[in-house]
Design a protein around this ligand. Sequence first.
Ligand code: ADP
Ligand code: ZN
Length: 825
Amino acid sequence: MQEKKYANIVFPIPVEGEFSYLLPEQFRSKAQIGMRVLAPFGKRDNETEGVIVGFPENTEYQELKEITDILDDEPFFSDDMLKLTKWVAEYYFSTWGEVLKTATPVGISIISKRIVKINDIKDRDKVLSDLSKSAPVQAQILTTLAWEGEMSIQKLKTRVPRFVYSALSALEKKGFISISSQLSKPIVKPVIDYLVHLAKPELEIISEIEKLKGRYAKQSEILEILVSRGEEKILITNLAKLVGTTTATIRNLAKKGLISLEETEVFRDPLEGEIFPDSKNLNLNADQASALSEIIKAIEKGVHETFLLYGVTASGKTEVYMQAIGKLLDMGKGAIVLVPEISLTPQTVFRFASRFGKRVTVLHSKLTPGERYDQWRRIKSGDADIVVGARSAIFAPVKNLGLIVIDEEHETSYKQEESPRYHARDVAIKRAELVNAVVVLGSATPSLESFYKANRKEYRLLTLPQRVDNAKMPIVEVVDMRTELMQKKNRSIFSKSLQSAIEDRLAREEQIILFLNRRGFSTFILCRECGYVAKCRNCDISLTYHSRGEMMVCHHCNFRQPVPSLCPNCKGNYIKYFGVGTQRVEEEVRKLFPEASIDRMDVDTTTSKGAYKRILSAFKEREIDILIGTQMIAKGLDFPNVTLVGVISADTALNLPDFRSGERTFNLLTQVAGRSGRGQISGEVVIQTYNPQHFSILSAQDQDYRSFYRQEIVNREMLLYPPFTHFARIILRGLSEEATIKASETLGEILRSYQEANYPELEILGPAPAVLARIKKYYRWNILLKSTDPSEIRGLIKMAFAKLPSQITKGEVTYAIDMDPISVL
Ligand code: ADP
Ligand code: ZN
């Protein structure tokens, strides 16, 4: 083999490129692709962590820097993961380094810190007083350092309000300060414990036990336990607990040579301490069985294939996933199960943990970095071979991956809204292609993209048309709220139908879910006199009234302000609240049904730790009759005693100016409706709307996905929207409106000039202000690129972005590129 002399490194930063380094002699045999290294990088040559991605034979550069250290003993990223992350970076317009960072559990990188130290300065007081006149920021920095001696640049920035780097460099040049870099340790580290075993033959130990009895009762007890356990090893901490003594006592036995201690790592386990009853495979019905057998056949063949498992709510999809995984484990393969963060409820985790025990691990955003790191290592070592997790679990280093399940594949939370803006479903399919694994996409309301591909035989369609146990689909009534007001003179937020349905179910001691996808009390605050609407100071959005604390709150940036008693504009006292949020629903329900037990679940009631679990378990125990909530309760919940679901307003998503608003409305309504009648008693759903003729609502009423699909796909084809085309959305953001517009227009012109010459088929829309035209003080403009071929979009962006408008290069305006965006708001 050719001697490795150079290495190409990728750093976890938003800067494109691989960087070549010299590999010092001592690392040449050890270095492998996928290992993490430390190397000097950046303007000031900070020691930075990077990943080896190649060993070039030679390089055009003359003076190469050297790699300082290799951090791993075996590759941290496999070849497949490197290929996958590289693909993600290219497709979604981020850098490879950023994707590698996303694929690494938080807290394990070594971060270098820059430390500033004050030097001895002659006539310090005079220097300071001179500086405070000529360069006040420099003076402030020096004063702060004079007090503290040394501190990190990060901390310094928080202490010196007008901190700029140039002031720091000036001080360094003058010799007043020196700057050095310091490696901070990884935030999380393995926890070390010791396994205890006997160090002498059993007979000798037994005679020792006799000697120790009396004076050293604890020690003899320890030995007795160890003898009784035979070969079974035990952790020193557990042994100490068992005997009711300290680890020091146990160590004394080691000093006497009677036992030995073996170092071992222990894993922090998010499921620790929870008890899961065993669950066995259920007897599948015919539809489930045939879906399962198709999936298993594909796994056995070991070639990549994608299935779309389209099954109505409560049709037993999860049971199919679990049995497929059971078979997979027998074949020595592993699985990833992605669920939307929102349905990572204790219920879901519980089902998998009951079936597969310790072989399951959970990855989600609520884990501590320590837990996450440990679970990640359990996966890498092959100790855990089933990963249940949210979006980023798609990068989990599962060994011998055979199956990826994406439950509720239509969920928009699978798309990451910040760089890298990947869609976990598409990454899953790419990953499965690379390792010849099978993908199962499951949904009661598949995304238009997936169902379209299934129709075109790119995916294989499997269907579960019935609920298990032949539970009936709920009966859905759509109530026209216009006639409620006009004909029935009913001003309440509840239609007559919904009210009487609630009464009815309460009388039968069944449970009720009321759904409204808007939190707060009222959604806007208006002066009847002059038309003033209370808006956020930072966003182009009206404020929502929250009754708790009498506050107006921005749901985008959380800006809060007390409710004015007089109109700030005309000083009149005709301030009125409009629109209904979950708080208001709760208040009205309490008034109408004072004897019922009522609770609410939304972002505002679940901020405290454990609140979510508490509400759900109270609901499960039937301590709550009526549960009110936002989309937090729309999905995944399986409570057989819920027989009525009321949708307070079906129109919240429908009126958004976005090409997916119809799809979103249909999905949400069908999912919520699916919470009703999951048990023996049949269920009922009441949907209130001002758009009773809209096909999204009508199809949801019949719970007829295919009918919805047939109409929506025609719209999409007519307007050339996905799945018929791919979109890229370029979002430009700036604090100055003028600069943002200028940059958008210039970029638009540049794009058009290249487009006409190179990609005549590609369509450019805009620039135009985004629907949410201002958020958190930033103005937002959009340019949309649309093409049937995503590589055309990539080609055009590559060309045009070599020539960015000056507002962008100067940093006044920033941009982001969102490939296959979820929404264009
Ligand atoms: P989905 O994932 O389609 O919503 P689930 O897998 O959650 O459906 O199934 C709904 C309920 O039916 C669960 O309580 C599950 O345990 C049960 N179930 C699933 N399959 C069967 C079966 N073959 N026989 C009996 N009960 C089943
Ligand atoms: Zn705001």
